[in-house]
Ligand binder design. Sequence first.
Ligand SMILES: [Zn+2]
Ligand SMILES: [Zn+2]
Length: 294
Amino acid sequence: MCCTSWQENEKNDDECYICKSEDGELVMCDDCPRSFHQKCHLPHVDDAILKDDRQWMCTFCVYQTTQECRCNDEVEMETAVSRQISQHMLECQYLLLCLCRADEKRTFASDPCLSLDRYSTVIQTPMWLGNIADKLQEKEYQTVGEFVSDVQLIFTNCASYNRDNPEFLAMGDRLKELFNSEFKKVFNIREQSDNLILTDEPSILAPLQQCCRIRRSTLLCLRLLSLPSFRLSDIMRESLAQDPLAGVAPLLSEPHLSALDRRLGTVLRVVQTCQEQNSDVIYNDLEGYNDTTA
Ligand SMILES: [Zn+2]
Ligand SMILES: [Zn+2]
């Protein structure tokens, strides 16, 4: 019944399928030639499986063999991202393993603050694949959308930190395309609705980019809403909770709320770029403000 070409008497790979290193003990899949370090695989492989001769199947094989059993109805992106992650752990683990494997130079594997100069002064919320793997392993995500927005954060961070570094920009774009296309396949996303939530339409920023003028009061307000203690999504969530329908049909789901934060970040980055290129970006409408409040 099985149509894989790999036979039991064939040998497994000598290197880890994810990090490509040969060092350390590897767990071997009984259904395919792939080998993994216990902690490179998701979910992490138990010591017990290493010690005895128990049969073990990697996430790639489990994903493939269970594909037929999964519901095959096409869904909208919004439906997919609002689902409970507990029902879709295998799909998310599979997607993340695909990304880790594709990140050949391990560029996005670990905390960028540890290896890149002044990273935390440029990027507000650093994110990396290892961190997402830990959060999946520790079951810290509630919805598929929370997982997706952490993955997307890696790509938006990459795009803004590497604005002048085409090599890294291209690496981020390649991984982003891979994720978006795999995500659509895995969750069977209806065409047309694609990218509605995963990526933002940037043309709306054109007036801001061309004009490069913003009121100081507006900018201060936007900056305030990007601080962790006054986060726009938190304020919206709190405010919408007062709505009588909040419990039954929330107006904005978690992916919508995180999209607000992401877009606010994009707007602030555009303003910052304007400021780097022009001197009269900020129109000071708060002159004398201090005097009147004194
Ligand atoms: Zn490994
Ligand atoms: Zn396998």
